[in-house]
Write a protein that binds this ligand. Structure first.
Ligand SMILES: *Cc1c(COP(=O)(O)O)cnc(C)c1O
Length: 364
């Protein structure tokens, strides 16, 4: 048997997640992975690396519990929120039997993690306003163990209505777990569902230090849930999931000073987002959707040509599965200015070209 044939059928047939990093590109402006433009400094002590880390470093768990306003028993840390997704699927779904339900357009890893473990996927698209289609979700709950929703949603940028999340929690009581992916919640903390943990034992919230905390390379995420859920996840997680230097750095990021710095950087990025939104919104044929995270989804009349022109010019953005839409991560002011200037020049020259064509066609 070839190595390929030795692999599970599921894996042979799997299309892996097309992360921004995997897609490559070469440029000097990278606004394709919703990373923070800030590179903050940390110090690491390497004096005890001969010893294993704690499974769930107490200081780190307490620091995140304080930040999120929950009890430390309601927090689990893992290798990014992505590992949280995987742990939930492995803990709650029986292969070739149970399903997860998710609502595209949304983050791609729910489906890919499920497929990797032979878990079925039920797809209930968001409404045209990119909100939850509650009647369709209710009709599709059979065999579903996990319902994934993302708020602010990646890539659309909007938040889900709180009332709808509550209705979803009501309709799934004693049936399924509702997972709210709050990877971008630090940009709009007032919309968090964390307070609903007190009322709903089957609510799970995913968080990360990758976005607002500017630590994508650290690989540190959190799952917030009631103790029954956390205790089950602890049975599944690897014995030493958090490297000692990761815990060290994460604790610094969550200190009073670290949180203040993040708060300031969130304000800075939000101001840049408003600048991009206003600038792009003025251009003919361009629609900018309201965004609550550190990115904007923008519709152009010819997104593919624009995307390629930007790419060739060293400005790397992210294509979206939504027709003619490009997702733009909010960078520093200089990156936003250069990106806006290039798009403005491109859109206006395209507009002139098509106007000239119209004139030519008219005179023919
Ligand atoms: C970035 C992102 C994640 C993954 O976060 P990590 O902690 O870096 O693994 C999860 N969900 C959404 C919606 C994201 O955009």
């Amino acid at each position: 048997m070839s190595i390929e044939e030795l692999a599970r059928k599921t894996i042979r047939e799997l299309t892996p997640y097309q992360s921004a990093r995997r897609l490559g590109g070469s440029g000097d402006i990278w606004l394709n992975a919703n990373e923070s433009p800030f590179a903050n400094e940390y110090s690491v002590t390497c004096s005890r690396l001969n010893r294993y880390s704690e499974c769930q470093p107490a200081e780190l768990i307490q620091a995140y519990a304080d930040y999120a306003g929950v009890d430390s028993k309601q927090v689990l840390t893992s290798r990014g929120a992505d590992e949280g997704i995987e742990l939930l699927i492995r803990t709650f779904c029986e292969p070739n039997q149970d399903s997860i339900l998710y609502c595209p357009p949304t983050y791609g890893m729910y489906a890919i993690s499920a497929e990797t473990f032979d878990i079925n996927t039920k797809i209930v698209p968001l409404t045209p306003e990119w909100q939850l289609d509650l009647p369709s979700i209710e009709n599709n709950l059979n065999g579903v163990k996990l319902v994934f929703i993302c708020s602010p949603n990646n890539p659309t940028g909007n938040v889900m209505k709180r009332r709808d999340i509550e209705k979803l929690l009501d309709m799934t009581t004693d049936k399924a777990i509702v997972v709210v992916d709050e990877a971008y919640i630090d940009f709009c903390l007032e919309t968090s569902t964390v307070d609903l943990l007190a009322k709903y034992p089957h609510l799970v919230i995913l968080r990360t230090l990758s976005k607002a905390f500017a630590l994508a390379g650290l690989r540190c995420g959190f799952t917030l849930a009631n103790t029954d859920v956390i205790n089950l996840l602890l049975k599944v997680i690897a014995p030493y999931p958090v490297p000692v230097p990761v815990a060290d750095i994460a604790v610094q990021a969550l200190s009073v000073a670290g949180r203040a710095k993040t708060k300031y950087q969130v304000l800075d990025i939000s101001a840049n987002r408003a600048y991009l939104q206003a600038g792009l919104g003025m251009l003919p044929g361009v629609t900018v959707y309201d965004g609550y995270g550190n990115y904007l989804l923008v519709k152009f009349s010819q997104a593919d040509a624009l995307f390629t022109a930007l790419w060739d010019h060293g400005i790397i953005l992210r294509r979206s599965p939504i027709e003619n839409c490009i997702r733009i991560s909010v960078g520093n002011r200089d990156e936003c200015e250069k990106t806006l200037a290039f798009i403005r020049a491109h859109v206006i020259s395209q507009g002139n070209a098509s106007a000239n064509n119209d004139e030519l066609n008219a005179s023919n």
